[in-house]
Design a protein around this ligand. Structure first.
Ligand SMILES: [Zn+2]
Length: 432
């Protein structure tokens, strides 16, 4: 819910820092073994769908859609109940300086919306993961993470949103000013994410397992990636789920493995996952995703100005402001941006699925570890209790990765090298 609060640039960056590319993190279910599936001593890679998996899937979807609507209602309530107007007056009584009082207002608003969103955050971040045995983090430790998150949000959102209000005040076509301003801010946040923001919550260190490291480094050097870019993080503090991802830009660009995935996957499965991440790295997916999202933001800001000006004329008097650059109007701007981004979810998820599939193609072409790849996805589905074959609407709306059923099927069938056909993505020599 916190993300709703941050300006589009911040929200986008946060999405990127985390989503940029969640290696293997999605769904589970029944996958009919394909005819082509290679026989192996353990039998064909197949997910056993459990009742718990279906319940978990239902919870996650309900919390996703319910959480979005709840977030919109919180912002609407802050406007309609006069909370925003009162917070602005309070901020002005603390300091008359326009920019500083806007920053104070953002801090107060962040605290208020975080508190209002807490019930749902507790449910999705603490209760549900514990109910499905996907976390053993203590409530105290979870709350401490939330407190640190709130502090970081205020630290970042206060100056950024105060600047945005200045832009709105000074420019007639402020949608363009906001969009231009959001570019360097987003790049900056993605750049500092891995080295400044992420370490607030977890400890990052170079890969420790020397044997694994040597194998991954061999793979990385074939893919053209320098070894210092491989990190591990103590995510077992917060979750039992598995993941790996690529984030950062330029000097901070890196591949990160959660310690949970290192503990749970076999050597070959890990090499496949690493090759998938290397695909993101080598194919510049962070840049592609950023470019795509900036294109979307252009549309979001343009529409945002039109609707914000209309809503100010229509409701401004009742809500206590007469111009969109009044701090009291900020929840309205955040509401518009978050509603637009929510309805653009199928577009962003669809684009992300294309990149994720390309990374799977890259991984198979680089390693030929078809069976290990399929088994890694089976393990992911069963271990993280994710349905492999979700409802088509759910896949369309929010799946940033192909479904696990699709990924398992692809791993068991994609072998162009056996028919002497060229690779699609990886042009180097195959091997391990
Ligand atoms: Zn990925």
């Amino acid at each position: 819910m916190r993300s709703v609060l941050m300006w589009a640039a911040v929200a986008m960056a946060a999405v990127l820092v985390n989503v940029a590319v969640v290696a293997v993190a999605q769904e589970a279910g029944k996958t009919e073994p394909q005819a082509v599936a290679q026989a192996s001593p353990q039998g064909p890679p197949t997910v056993t769908v459990t009742k718990e998996m279906r319940q978990h899937d239902a919870w996650r979807n309900a919390l996703y859609f319910g959480g979005a609507v709840y977030g919109f209602l919180v912002l609407l309530a802050v406007l309609a109940l006069g909370i925003s107007r009162r917070l602005r007056d309070l901020a002005r009584s603390i300091t008359p300086h326009r920019f500083l009082s806007a920053m104070v207002f953002v801090a107060l608003l962040t605290v208020v919306t975080t508190v209002l969103s807490l019930p749902l955050d507790v449910l999705s971040g603490y209760v549900v993961p514990h109910r499905f045995d996907l976390s053993d983090q203590s409530l105290g430790s979870w709350l401490w993470d939330q407190a640190k998150g709130l502090f970081l949000n205020i630290l970042l959102a206060a100056p950024i949103l105060a600047l945005a209000l200045e832009g709105i005040r000074r420019r007639r076509r402020w949608w363009l000013a906001l969009w231009l301003g959001s570019i360097p801010i987003t790049l900056f946040l993605v750049l500092i994410g891995p080295v400044v923001l992420d370490p607030v919550f977890n400890t990052f260190e170079p890969l420790k397992d020397e044997e694994l490291k040597t194998e991954i480094l061999n793979l990385a050097s074939r893919a053209g990636i320098a070894g210092g870019r491989l990190w591990q993080v103590d995510k077992s503090k917060q979750t039992k789920e598995m993941n790996a991802y690529v984030n950062g830009l330029g000097p901070t660009k890196r591949i990160v493995l959660w310690d949970t995935i290192i503990a749970k996957l076999s050597r070959d499965q890990l090499l496949f996952v690493m090759a998938h991440e290397m695909g993101h790295y080598v194919r510049h997916h962070v840049w592609k995703l950023l470019g795509f999202l900036m294109g979307l933001l252009l549309v979001v800001f343009w529409l945002g100005q039109r609707l914000a000006e209309w809503a100010t004329r229509r409701f401004g008097a009742a809500w206590g402001f007469d111009a969109p650059h009044d701090p009291a109007a900020l929840p309205l701007l955040l509401l518009l941006v978050s509603v637009f981004l929510f309805f653009l979810s199928p577009v962003t998820a669809g684009f992300s699925r294309i990149l994720e599939h390309e990374a799977d193609v890259f991984a198979l072409e680089l390693t030929h570890l078809n069976d290990a790849g399929a088994r890694a996805f089976v393990k992911l589905a069963e271990d993280s209790k994710v349905l492999p074959d979700p409802h088509p609407f759910i896949r369309f709306w929010r799946y940033t990765h192909p479904t696990l059923k699709e990924r398992i099927q692809f791993c068991t069938t994609y072998r162009p090298w056996e028919q002497g056909l060229p690779n699609r993505v990886w042009q180097g020599a195959p091997g391990r």
